[in-house]
Design a protein around this ligand. Sequence first.
Ligand SMILES: Nc1nc2c(ncn2[C@@H]2O[C@H](COP(=O)(O)OP(=O)(O)OP(=O)(O)O)[C@@H](O)[C@H]2O)c(=O)[nH]1
Ligand SMILES: [Mg+2]
Length: 665
Amino acid sequence: MKVYEPSAIRNVAVVGHGGCGKTSLVSAMLFDMGAVTRLGRVDDGTTVTDFDPDEVERRISLQTAIAYGEWRKSKVNLLDAPGYANFLSEARSALRVADAALRERASFLRTLESLQGAFGRSVVPLAIPLGEEKGFVGVADLVTEKADVYADDQSGKFQAVDVPAEVKDAAASWREKLVEMVAESNEDLMEEFFDKGTLPQEDFVRGLRQAVLGGRIFPVLPASSLRNVGVHPLLDAIVDLLPSPVDRGEVEGTDPVKKEPATRKPAPEAPFSAFVFKTVADPHAGRITLFRVYSGTFKSDTTVHNAIRDVAERVGHLELLQGKTQTPVPELMAGDLGAVAKLKETQTGDTLCDKAHPIVYEPVVFAEPATTFAIEPKTRGDEDKISAALHRLMEEDPVLRLSVDGQTHEMLLSGNGQLHIEVVVGRLRKRYKVEVNLKKPRIPYRETIKGAAEGHGRHKKQTGGHGQFGDCKIRMKPLPRGSDFTFVDDIFGGSIPKNFIPAVEKGIQEARTKGFVAGYPMVDFQVELYDGQYHDVDSSKMSFKIAGSLDYKDAVAKCRPTLLEPIMKVEISVPQEYAGAVMGDLSSRRGRPQGMEPRGSMQVIKAEVPLAEMLSYDAELTSMTGGRGSYHMEMSHYDEVPGHLQDKIIATSRAERGGEVQGEA
Ligand SMILES: Nc1nc2c(ncn2[C@@H]2O[C@H](COP(=O)(O)OP(=O)(O)OP(=O)(O)O)[C@@H](O)[C@H]2O)c(=O)[nH]1
Ligand SMILES: [Mg+2]
C-alpha cells in the first residue's frame, strides 16, 4: 500500500441533512476513482460506507465511515457522516478531522439560490448542469470552458465537447461572475482585471484556489451520484482547490507536562502525534481505533504514548479503512487517516504521541443526550449482561449514557433521540444477543408542603410484660425549592432523652421517602422537634422511631401537601421555517419560552418544559421538521404540578403501589 505525503492528501467530510445523498455521492466518487469495481447503491445495500447491517436495513447512515481513493496522484479520504439529527455527534467528529467539508444538497439550482440567499455572492458555481433531472447528461465547466457529456450507463465515462449552444449564454455570464469574484479576492488580480478586462487563465486558476483556501469563495458543483454524471469535475475540484493538511498549517494543542500551548507541523519528520476521533466496538475483532495523524509518521508495530491517560500503547498493524474493509499499511504520514485494532486503554478523544514530545489535542465536545428511556430485560436476570454490553457500546458512542434512577430504580438509557436508542437496542440484540424492552421512563415526581403546622405522634403498646412508649411533638414548615430536608432539635429540659432524638429523626426520614400524597419523596421542608414524653422502662429507640413517623404523618396532613414535577431546560434547533410551529407546539406542552436566537441557518429556541410533556418529543419533533430538528434538555428545577393534573398522577401512582401510600388524596 502506497504512503502519501501530506501535500498529496485531501480529507473531505461529506455533510448535509438526512437522506440528501451523501453516501451515494461517496459511492460514486469511490467508483470513479477506481477504488471499487462497482457503483454501490444505498437502496441495494451495496455502498462502501453504509456497511453496518442496521444501515443497510434502514437505508440511512448511522455512523461516520471512512473510505479513500486516488485521484490524480492525490489520496482522497472521504468521511461519510450521517445526516439525521439523532447522529449529529458523528458528523461533529468527522468535521474535526477533515480539512474541508463537502456539503451535499438535493437540487442544484434551488441550492444555489438558497445558498446565495444565505451566504451572498461568495457561493459560486464552478460548473452548470446540461439538462435537468432525468435529462441531466453533463456539465459545462466554467473553469475550462469546456463541456462533458456523460455516457448513460453510470460508467462515469464522458466525452469532452464544446459548450452546447443552449447554455452558452448562461455559462458565459456565470464565468464572468466567477472571474470577477476571483479578481475581487486579491488586490494584484484586481489591478490586472481592471487593466485587461479579464484574467489570464493561469492567474485565474491560481487566484481561484487561493480564494477557496481562504474561504472567500465557496464553490458549488452539479453532480448526480445515482447516474454518475458530473462526479469527475468534483474530484478535480477536491484535488485542485481544497486544502491539504499542509495548507491547514500547524495544529494547536497543549503540552501536558509544561501545561502550555504547543503546536505541531503537519510534516512527516516532525514528532509523531495523532488524534483519536472514533472507536468501533466490533464483537469479533474487538476495539478498532480510528485516528488522524496530525504530525510526524505513524509506524506499524511500535509503542506510542497516550498523553491523555499517560500510558504506553502497544500498536500492531496500522490499517486503512475502506468502509469496513481493512488493508494493512507499514506507516501513515501526517495528515492521513487510519485505524488500528486492539489498543488497550485508548478511547475516543485521546491523543497518541511520541513520549519524548508529548502533546494533547482538545477532544470533540458532544451534546448532552436528549432522550431517556427506561429499559428492562426481556429475560429475568439479564441485567448484568445488558450492562456489560452497553458499556462496550458506550465506548464507540460517547453520547450514550446508562444510569439507574435513585428514586424509581429503573435502568435508564439516554441518547440523542428515539431512533438512536432503537438502534442501540438493535445492536444489543444482534451483537450481544440480549433483548430489552423500551419504556418511557417514570417521571421522578416529588412531594412537598405548602403550609406550616404542628404534629403529635404517640406510640404506645402494652402487651403483657415489656411495653413500648414514645411521644413527640414537632413543628413543620416549608423551605425554599431545592433545600430538601432539615431536622432541628429544639428539646429543652430533657422531655426526650438525647439518645432517643436521632431515632425520631430516623423515623421521619424513612417516612418522608414514602411521601404522603402519591408515594414520592417529600422534600423542601423543616421539622423542629420541640417536646415529647418518655417512659423509664418502656421507651426505646424503636418506639421513638415509630412515634416520629406518626408525628410526620399527622403534621403533613395539615400542611397542604402537593406534588412537584421536574422542569427541563430545553434547547431546540430547527430550520427557520419550522420555528413558529415548534413554538406553538411547546406552548401546548405547558412550555415557557425563554428566548430564540439564530445560529447559522438555524433558529435555536429555548424554553422550560415539564419533563412529563417531553417523553415522546423526539418522534414528534422529527415528524414536525422532517428530521431536521434536534434538541437537548437538562434538568432545571422542580415546580408544583398544576392542580387539575394532580389527580391522575396520584391515582396512577396509588394503583401501582397498592396500599403503600400514606395519606388521603
Ligand atoms: N433522485 C435521486 N435520488 C438520490 C440521489 N442521491 C441519492 N438518492 C437517493 O436518496 C436516498 C438517500 O441517499 P443516501 O445516499 O443514503 O443519502 P445520505 O445523505 O447518505 O443519507 P443519511 O446518511 O442517512 O443522511 C437513497 O434512496 C438514494 O438512492 C440523486 O442524486 N437523485
Ligand atoms: Mg449516508
